[in-house]
Design a protein around this ligand. Structure first.
Ligand SMILES: Cc1cc2nc3c(=O)[nH]c(=O)nc-3n(C[C@H](O)[C@H](O)[C@H](O)COP(=O)(O)O)c2cc1C
Length: 314
């Protein structure tokens, strides 16, 4: 089976990706958090640093673009092609208020005429420049029934893969995914499908596959893979248990790599806190330590909890 690592802005940057790939691997594609091209600049130096092949060696990376302007998509995609990328992903799912207010991400979904014009332009560029474009979408903006028309639209284009996160904008990342719409996609999509949403364990994967009557392959995992970095190994049958030695290596590598590029302590600790908001599920019964760790302002306080309280001995 194929497993794709979902893009998580602020979390799965190149530091996380490299550490994860070196220690765990077994990911078929990593999707980079979005690049948002503007009038002035298709890719900022900061975004370039994230996706440059120099910083992403030894694994397959798919960069993602967030825009509702086809000329911006094409300019950004050309720059990415020049770096060697052969697949670019279009973000039609971001639920953030500021993004949607600009008609991007999930905010592009209700504009079906503009969306078709946009897709005409970018797929005509893709055909002539020999690049694949995949799409990551939600079901709709206001109402999941928008998905019926959206799928008809996507079916008209050579979408290399259609990644469906079966929620609408206002669902954000909460509640149960609307499985019945993914079942509809399985029946009616002409594009190769990828399921994404709420797979946190091997049991979840089995249940979702069971309810769709088919193994989800490829499957895209986001928060589940951050929360339990062994999840891909579990789904692929390499292990049945969370590997804490590997987890410690992942933690230490990310922590030290952030220290090389960030200061003061608190900035690194903000990044670690975000990760711990997911990792805490691995440490049942350690709620007090996690609380202390989330409050740490200096490396010494943080390390005291991580390496003594949480038993990740240094
Ligand atoms: C903090 C955060 C950042 C995200 N950033 C992106 C992003 O840059 N691009 C994107 O397509 N999706 C983004 N997503 C959505 C995830 O890729 C994924 O679709 C979502 O988390 C549902 O999958 P999951 O239940 O496996 O986590 C983000 C989600 C979260 C929670």
């Amino acid at each position: 089976m194929k497993i794709y690592f979902a893009p998580l802005e602020g979390i799965t940057g190149h530091i996380f990706r490299n550490a994860y790939n070196e220690i765990y691997g077994h990911i078929d594609k990593y999707f980079a958090p979005f690049i948002s091209p503007s009038e002035k600049c298709p890719i900022t130096p900061r975004e370039r640093k994230e996706v440059t092949p120099e910083n992403n060696q030894g694994f397959c990376l798919v960069p993602q673009i967030l825009t509702c302007r086809s000329e911006h998509f094409i300019e950004g995609a050309r720059e990415l092609q020049a770096m060697g990328y052969k697949e670019i992903n279009l973000n039609l799912g971001c639920p953030s208020g500021t993004v949607c207010a600009k008609g991007k991400g999930a905010g592009f979904l209700p504009e079906t005429l503009a969306l078709q014009k946009f897709l005409d332009d970018i797929y005509s560029y893709a055909g002539s420049d020999g690049v694949k474009i995949s799409i990551k979408t939600r079901l709709g903006y206001f109402n999941p029934d928008e998905f019926y028309d959206l799928l008809d639209i996507f079916n008209k284009y050579p979408v290399s893969e259609l990644i469906v996160h079966p929620r609408i904008k206002s669902d954000f990342y909460k509640g149960e995914p609307r499985k019945e719409y993914y079942a509809y996609a399985l029946e009616h999509s002409k594009c190769p499908l990828v399921y994404n949403g709420n797979i946190f364990s091997a049991k979840d994967y089995e249940e979702y596959s069971g309810s769709f009557g088919t193994g989800l392959d490829p499957v895209m995992l986001g928060r589940g893979l951050i929360s339990d970095p062994s999840l891909a190994d579990k789904l692929k049958g390499f292990t049945a248990e969370t590997d804490f030695a590997k987890f410690k290596r992942l933690h230490d590598t990310i922590y030290h790599e952030y220290q090389k590029v960030m200061s003061p302590d608190i900035n690194v600790l903000y990044k670690m806190r975000e990760l711990w908001s997911y990792w805490q599920t691995l440490f049942d019964g350690k709620e007090r330590d996690i609380k202390r760790l989330l409050k740490a302002k200096k490396y010494e306080e943080y390390e005291d909890v991580v390496y003594h309280g949480l038993l990740l001995e240094n």
